[in-house]
Design a protein around this ligand. Structure first.
Ligand SMILES: [Zn+2]
Length: 129
């Protein structure tokens, strides 16, 4: 106990504090998981882990695929995108304090029609959902 969560798909980084049971074939094994996984999977101490496929699905839905920094980033450090592809849509705040949902490509920000002249992206942040 106290080590890392033993669930393969866990990304919480929290210590394992909940001991549950995994049944494989005829055997039952103790598995120590973190509180966050226990909450997502609706498990209490001593409960049986659901089928591995169900655990994987539940946790992949819970944890974002990549873990972007959920903090404001400056405009000149735009979100990652593959060459020639638009980035994931992010929330951007402009120098005039307006919010837009935008993507960018090759370091250039999309410019919605609602942006006025002289208005530009100042900071941006990944959407946390
Ligand atoms: Zn976990």
């Amino acid at each position: 106990m106290g080590d890392k969560c033993e669930i393969r798909w866990c990304k919480s980084g929290e210590p394992a504090t909940v001991r549950v049971t995994e049944n494989i074939g005829d055997g039952a094994f103790r598995v120590d998981i973190c509180q966050q996984c226990a909450t997502v999977l609706d498990l209490n101490v001593g409960d049986d882990l659901p089928d591995a496929n169900d655990v994987e699905k539940a946790l992949e839905a819970h944890y974002p695929k990549d873990q972007p920094p959920y903090t404001w980033q400056p405009h000149n450090r735009p979100p990652d995108s593959k060459p020639g592809k638009w980035s994931k849509e992010v929330v951007a705040i402009t120098n005039l304090g307006n919010l837009f949902k935008l993507t960018c490509i090759g370091g250039y920000w999309q410019r919605p029609a609602a942006m006025v002249e002289g208005e530009k992206v100042a900071w941006w942040i990944y959407q946390p959902f």
